[in-house]
Write a protein that binds this ligand. Structure first.
Ligand code: ATP
Ligand code: MG
Length: 240
């Protein structure tokens, strides 16, 4: 356990410094270009500001994910206790990510049944879970692919499923994928951005809500399915 923690710490530092450097370099470069320009045109200023904003947003997300992971690894994460409707969190994730899917020519669909039960927990973090899973589906599905999101309520649980027609998963990958910093070997990953933290964060958050996340695939190139089971407050009360 101690060895595993120190390995994670080393990896943490190596990856964090490398990945954080890239957007930072771009921000510094663009800033300098603008500062040195003798007579900057509005177009040039706007273009540089847009690039700076993009790089800063990427960096903010990386920092957030790293902080979240460090809180999870040290057991210092505390969950909010809101009452929320998971179906509306899924709807929000869908609405937010639809443009990214459309930009890749991916057909993203959503089908949900109405929920009757009550859910209590950290709605912002659960929102992030759905967001991460749908975001991955978009990232790892080729242009013109297909992604179906579905949810239903069954046996006291909210069941969420995102099924993509993307590059699929080997059984070895399915075992490794929820580990912090895991990313498929390059070559298979294509233009893989990110730190490999999304799924480990998602799993930890769902666990803390008494639920489960799982991955399945019919094999490489045959798409992937990610499922979340989230118990309703009623079901949690029965177990308590
Ligand atoms: N829908 C999917 N299809 C195929 N492979 C996937 C899918 N989702 C995740 N993976 C694999 O699991 C790895 C880990 O996913 P995870 O979300 O943790 O990291 P990431 O998306 O690479 O980076 P981050 O989420 O930190 O931005 C991915 O790099 C990819 O190899
Ligand atoms: Mg991800």
């Amino acid at each position: 356990q101690a060895q595993e923690t120190s390995r994670l710490k080393d990896q943490f530092l190596a990856i964090a410094s490398h990945e954080l450097r890239t957007p930072l370099t771009s921000i510094l470069l663009r800033t300098e270009v603008m500062r040195r320009a003798k007579s900057p045109t509005p177009e040039m200023v706007a273009g540089n500001l847009l690039a700076i904003e993009r790089a800063a947003k990427i960096q903010a997300r990386l920092v957030d994910d790293l902080l979240e992971t460090s809180r999870l690894l040290t057991g210092k994460l505390t969950l909010a206790q809101d009452s929320f409707n998971p179906a509306s969190l899924v709807q929000d994730a869908f609405d937010t990510l639809l443009p990214a899917a459309e930009a890749k020519g991916i057909k993203l669909t959503l089908r949900q049944s109405t929920t009757k039960l009550h859910y209590v927990g950290d709605s912002m973090r659960m929102q992030q879970v759905f967001w991460n899973l749908v975001g991955n589906a978009i990232k790892f599905t080729e242009a013109l692919g297909k992604i179906e999101i579905r949810s239903e309520e069954k046996d006291g649980q909210f069941i969420f499923r995102v099924k993509d027609s993307g590059r699929g998963l080997s059984s070895a990958e399915i075992k490794a994928l929820f580990e912090p910093f895991y990313q498929a070997p390059s070559g298979r990953s294509g233009s893989n951005s990110g730190l490999g933290l999304g799924l480990s964060i998602a799993r930890a958050i769902v666990d803390l809500h008494g639920g489960k996340v799982a991955a399945s695939s019919k094999g490489i190139l045959h798409g992937s399915t990610f499922t979340v089971h989230l118990p309703a407050a009623e079901a949690m009360a029965q177990h308590a």
